[in-house]
Design a protein around this ligand. Structure first.
Ligand SMILES: Nc1nc2c(ncn2[C@@H]2O[C@H](COP(=O)(O)OP(=O)(O)OP(=O)(O)O)[C@@H](O)[C@H]2O)c(=O)[nH]1
Ligand SMILES: [Zn+2]
Length: 366
């Protein structure tokens, strides 16, 4: 997993990495978001092959480029065989002001589900970048041993399989690493336990309140991080109210737990969430804005939450949520949800549309 973390940090600074897949496939890949004329030229020269831009099925379908709309695609230019940074931005970033090329000027190749190219996009997602990557198949005849070739050219080498396994491994290896008493307003007995994956990746927190009494079902809130709502009191969402509301309700009930999950923006990261907000100001709803950026409606996984609950000894919960998907996800992961406890708060004029979309399009019970 360490190789994935390193590769993520390389692509975040605009460097290319070597991804190796099954049956000898290998590519050079870098993040579309970090493209420059220089690194585009560098990846072309190193791979000795024209570059392609890989985008998700969702982005391809927004751009009306995909035949099926089900698979990620690799896009290249028909006319001069070269991508330019302007073309990359126009295709990968819905906020780009560059003109979109005519579809007839583009060549579009659908990708196999577990291809290296797909791993490249996943790596960009793990790095909380736009879900798009520039790739170049490695055709250098001296690259028979790809790992050695990567070392010789000073590129990090990563197994695509490790990237596909990354989320799962992160969750599976979560361990409590510190615990402290943190009295909260209205919940003075609170303790915070920090969980970290074995490889030092994303940390999640458990806020223990009062005196939870397993094996009785424990009053539980899974709260996805929301910097804007939780910390700044943004009125665009209901997160701040839900966070403080849950702490109050659990505390008044005598005990329970709030898991504060590092899943900002339903898993797309803060920077992408801010992009989604710009798109929402242009008229897209919260789900379509994710789609414009190339993300699924909701990118969250709940294995970290289930693992933390298990380690805390809370196998049965009463879940504070309006989102049936959270209930189903926990049940699938072996946590018994005995009851869904509604967790709605008054709306304001800035979040009415957002909450209406959740109710009408993503199944929230509001
Ligand atoms: N991508 C995206 N994320 C958003 C937007 N508004 C809020 N969020 C994020 O959505 C998450 C909040 O969702 P939650 O409140 O945990 O979950 P929920 O699915 O609404 O379900 P419950 O609150 O449990 O009913 C946080 O990570 C926010 O940062 C938005 O417009 N776009
Ligand atoms: Zn929020």
């Amino acid at each position: 997993m360490r190789a994935v973390e390193r590769a993520m940090s390389d692509i975040r600074r605009g460097a290319a990495v070597v991804l190796s897949g099954s049956e000898g496939a290998a590519i050079l890949a870098q993040a579309a978001e970090a493209v420059t004329p220089e690194n585009l030229q560098a990846i072309e020269e190193a791979g000795r092959r024209a570059t392609e831009l890989v985008i998700t099925a969702r982005r391809a379908s927004v751009l009306r480029l995909a035949a099926s709309g089900l698979r990620s695609v690799a896009v290249s230019s028909v006319s001069n065989d070269r991508l330019t940074p302007e073309l990359v931005y126009a295709l990968a970033d819905p906020l780009s002001t560059g003109a979109l090329p005519a579809p007839s000027s583009l060549q579009v190749r659908e990708l196999a589900p577990h291809s290296c190219e797909q791993a490249a996009v996943l790596l960009a997602k793990i790095g909380r970048l736009l879900p798009a990557a520039i790739v170049s198949a490695i055709t250098d005849p001296t690259a028979t041993d790809v790992r050695a070739w990567a070392a010789r050219h000073d590129f990090l080498f990563v197994d695509a399989g490790d990237i596909f396994q990354y989320d799962h491994m992160q969750a599976r290896t979560l361990r409590a690493v510190s615990e402290a008493r943190v009295p909260l307003l209205g919940a003075e007995s609170a303790r915070i336990i920090a969980f970290r994956p074995f490889d030092g990746g994303l940390e999640h927190l458990a806020v223990l309140l009062g005196d939870p009494r397993p094996p009785d079902a424990v009053l539980t809130r899974l709260h996805s991080e929301c910097f804007t709502g939780d910390l700044l009191g943004s009125l665009r969402c209901d997160c701040g109210d839900q966070l403080r509301g849950a702490i109050g309700e659990i505390s008044r009930a005598g005990g329970g737990v709030l898991l504060y999950l590092a899943q900002e923006g339903r898993g797309i990261g803060l920077v992408n969430k801010l992009r989604a907000y710009v798109l929402q100001d242009d008229g897209f709803d919260t789900l379509d804005a994710n789609g414009q950026l190339g993300f699924d409606d909701d990118e969250r996984v709940y294995l970290p939450a289930a693992q933390m609950l298990r380690q805390l000894g809370f196998a049965r919960v009463r879940l504070l949520t309006n989102n049936p998907a959270k209930v189903n996800a926990l049940m699938r992961l072996g946590i018994t949800v005995e009851e869904r406890v509604p967790h709605a708060f008054p709306t304001n004029r800035h979040n009415e549309g957002y909450l209406r979309t959740k109710a009408t399009k993503s199944g929230h019970i509001l």
